[in-house]
Design a protein around this ligand. Structure first.
Ligand code: PLP
Length: 395
């Protein structure tokens, strides 16, 4: 009987599929891109080979909820970008953050975070507090850390932070809390933007959905275990709860890494014009950008730690500007959450992530209906400036 299965099996057995070479036909050319393999399970030739897998499971593959070929490739690159510390890929930034906390938090834990930061990370801490009585402290001034016992302490630092792009002095936190586990969310920094190499940090993590993916077409996150004793715990957590990145998104992310430098350089070039425009505008009252304008008091910290301030700027406009109406007139800039992509995006945080809260409540976070967050994309700069003129009613 003619069997399709037989044809495929025979063809498959005659080739030795390896990473980067999965094609089962003879060709002369080598692919320019990594081969994607969607397998959810991997076959072993013998019990002995399976034993070898178990001895080396962190570097190998068996089932795609644990790891896969394309995920290992991605982790290899992220590891190289972080001083060869082990990397773990997740299905989103929140997948990465929640896996770290769920691997490390205990009934004795105290969680500390600084000022304003990503709202969903806060929701996780509030959940631990409400459901399990875990202590959660929000710190606005580093002096508040003095005299705190740092045993059983988990610290989340988001730097620069959302939405005012303030830095947290990571070294000062480490000095104040010598025994704490420090988890640093670097989403707003992008890649390769630390001069210190994140010394004193146990875990570096970020959402890849923003600058790294860069096209608003994938969700992903990564974790770098600088404290290597945490690696197997977080690996197990990912395996148990199913937070690994899917193979298609992993492929898109490999694609995105190839244009990362180009995209970020263009964004920074555009940003320099945007900052000048905002600074010159008579209706812009405050500008928040890492190490500059309202954050100028942090310029020394910024210069010592970062190469650039990224593609997001937050600013407050005067009451004379009918912001809501003007938002409807923009041409290429879209009103959407997220940031760091080739598309310029604008949002008023009060109406995006804080919808339904009263003005008095958002004011406690430093926000109001006139505070705008703008993510600079890769469009021709004149498109972006034209939209900003419309937004601010300038001719
Ligand atoms: C977007 C974001 C996250 C969450 O990442 P997702 O990929 O959307 O889950 C976490 N932290 C910061 C600072 C972010 O901006």
């Amino acid at each position: 009987m003619n069997s399709v299965t037989q044809v495929i099996n025979e063809a498959h057995l005659s080739t030795n599929s390896t990473l980067g070479k999965c094609a089962e036909i003879e060709v002369y050319g080598e692919p320019l891109n990594p081969s994607i393999n969607y397998s959810s399970a991997y076959a072993f030739k013998s019990i002995e080979e399976l034993g070898a897998y178990h001895d080396n499971k962190f570097d190998s593959v068996r089932y795609t909820r644990d790891s896969s070929l394309i995920v290992r490739q991605l982790e290899h690159y992220f590891s190289l970008m972080h001083g060869k510390q082990p990397a773990l890929m997740f299905n989103s930034g929140m997948g990465a953050i929640s896996a770290c906390f769920s691997a490390l938090v205990t009934s004795k834990s105290r969680i500390i975070a600084f000022g304003s930061f990503y709202r969903k990370s806060l929701s996780i801490f509030q959940g631990y507090q409400k459901n399990f009585g875990v202590e959660y402290i929000n710190v606005t001034n580093l002096d508040e850390l003095n005299n705190l016992n740092s045993e059983d302490t988990l610290v989340l630092i988001e730097s620069p932070s959302n939405p005012f792009l303030e830095l947290v002095d990571v070294q000062a936190v480490r000095t104040a809390l010598p025994d704490a586990s420090i988890i640093l969310d670097t989403t707003f920094q992008g890649l390769l933007n630390s001069k210190s190499g994140y010394q004193g940090v146990d875990i570096v993590l970020a959402s890849c959905t923003k600058y790294i993916g860069g096209h608003n077409d994938l969700l992903a996150g990564y974790v770098i275990c600088q404290n290597q004793s945490m690696y197997s715990k977080i690996w197990d957590e990912r395996s148990m709860r199913g937070g690994i990145i899917d193979n298609q998104s992993a492929y898109l992310l490999l694609r995105s890494l190839r244009t990362y430098d180009l995209r970020v350089n263009k964004t920074l070039e555009n940003m320099s014009y945007v900052l000048k425009f905002l600074d010159d505008s008579p209706v812009v009252e405050n500008i928040y950008y890492p190490g500059q304008y309202e954050n100028a008091a942090q310029s020394v910290l910024f210069e010592s730690e970062h190469y650039h301030g990224g593609g997001v700027v937050t600013f407050r406009v005067s009451e004379s500007v009918p912001l809501n109406k003007n938002l409807e007139t923009l041409c290429s800039t879209k009103m959407a959450p997220s940031f760091g992509s080739v598309d310029s995006l604008v949002e008023i945080p009060m109406y995006m992530s804080h919808w339904g809260k009263t003005l008095a409540d958002v004011k406690k976070l430093g926000l109001d209906e006139r505070t705008v967050r703008f993510s600079v994309g890769n469009e021709p700069i004149q498109y972006i400036l034209n939209d900003l003129m419309k937004l601010l009613n300038e001719k």
